[in-house]
Design a protein around this ligand. Structure first.
Ligand code: H2U
Length: 356
């Protein structure tokens, strides 16, 4: 039998943040595909303003509220929130029933528009416009974090990620409870801290910076790397527990990283790359008074594309029933993203057309 070669032979990789294993089967990327193909996403088909789009400035939303003529970011309470504060919750269980449990779930949901123009997504914004988004995220974290234990900022981009509106925006769901993913990360980071006396992700980022093979881009304060194809993890080089703990300079360099990473994603298949992204940091609310030294703030991008702009990686079958699986190694994906231009493909094309 041949010696093990990670780019040819399947193997499992460990995710120390969640305790999950991921099956890597690099030999499978070449298999033929006769399944469903997605239409390629392009911002070229999105008009800068649509009077029927409820996220545009100056538009009356279906519930009758008039949006202001905003010129930068704009946040409003979600008209169709998944979490509400002032609603009755289930009564406490009267008997010891471990099989049928229901507990209250209180919270609030906001929508945050990134830019007044529907066709200006993060990778094509100016540096200052991306910084305005980061600054607004910080304000939202500070505001909602005073009351809520968990404030989840997330952006669903592209119809295939369930995004209902092409206007650049994210959602913010704040809850009085710690949802499953952060709860697991809290456990794993705490256990690591108790055992090693250092935050898991700070040890991890040091190792990644030495190895270099999974890094996509970095600046003085942040590094973007591929733990699994084509996901990226955005990590600070300094121990930052929460987004709102970033210095002014770190917000500027975070905006730079967000722009660079999203440009790389769009350049991967020369389409507006769909993804879900979000941030995790130490819990807030009552946790602001507790020691959360084990937590390191980080961002995550989850694009659903792997092999082309039109074939989605379906998280079904083995993924639903057994565990995550990928058709290429993180190192291959990092190399691919790293080698892509830092200039957005649409700007390159415009320059080419202008030069003709
Ligand atoms: P998504 O594209 O990720 O679905 O986010 C759009 C959000 O905007 C969605 O949560 C909200 C939806 O409830 N929304 C409003 O609050 N008011 C509207 O008039 C339209 C959409």
């Amino acid at each position: 039998m041949d010696n093990f070669n990670p780019t040819e032979h399947q193997h499992q990789r460990y995710n120390p943040l969640t305790g999950d294993w991921v099956l890597i089967s690099p030999h499978r990327c070449q298999r033929p595909w006769a399944g469903h193909e997605e239409p390629a996403q392009s911002s070229a088909s999105v008009p800068p303003f649509d009077p029927k789009n409820p996220l545009c400035p100056g538009v009356v939303r279906p519930n009758g509220t008039l949006n202001p003529n905003y010129t930068s970011t704009f946040t409003f309470a979600n008209d169709f929130p998944a979490l509400l504060d002032n609603v009755p919750g289930p009564l406490p269980n009267t008997e010891e029933d471990t099989l049928f449990q229901a507990i209250p779930a209180k919270g609030t949901c906001r929508v945050m528009c990134f830019h007044p123009k529907s066709n200006v997504t993060l990778p094509v914004m100016t540096d200052l416009e991306v910084l305005a988004v980061v600054d607004r995220w910080v304000e939202e974290m500070l505001d909602l974090g005073r009351e809520y234990v968990w404030v989840q900022i997330f952006e669903n981009k592209g119809a295939i990620m369930g995004c209902s509106n092409p206007h650049p925006h994210c959602q913010i769901w704040a809850s009085g409870f710690l949802p499953n993913e952060p709860r697991r990360k809290d456990d794993f980071q705490r256990q690591y801290f108790q055992k090693h006396g250092a935050p898991l992700l700070m040890d991890y980022v040091k190792r990644e910076l030495k190895r270099k093979e999974r890094i996509v881009c970095e600046n003085e304060d942040w590094v973007g790397l591929v733990p699994w194809p084509y996901e990226t993890l955005l990590l600070p080089k300094r121990h930052i527990q929460r987004l709102q703990d970033c210095t002014k300079e770190e917000r500027v360099t975070l905006a730079d990283m967000i722009k660079r990473l999203t440009i790389k994603y769009d350049n991967l298949f020369e389409v507006t790359c769909p993804y879900s992204m979000g941030f995790h940091g130490a819990p807030t609310g009552e946790f602001l008074q507790k020691d959360c030294s084990h937590w390191v703030f980080h961002g995550m991008y989850f694009p659903p594309l792997l092999r082309s702009s039109t074939v989605k990686k379906f998280m079904v079958g083995y993924e639903m029933l057994a565990q995550s699986q990928r058709d290429l190694t993180p190192e291959q994906a990092a190399e691919k993203l790293r080698s892509l231009p830092d200039i957005h493909y649409s700007f390159k094309k415009n320059t080419e057309t202008n030069n003709k």
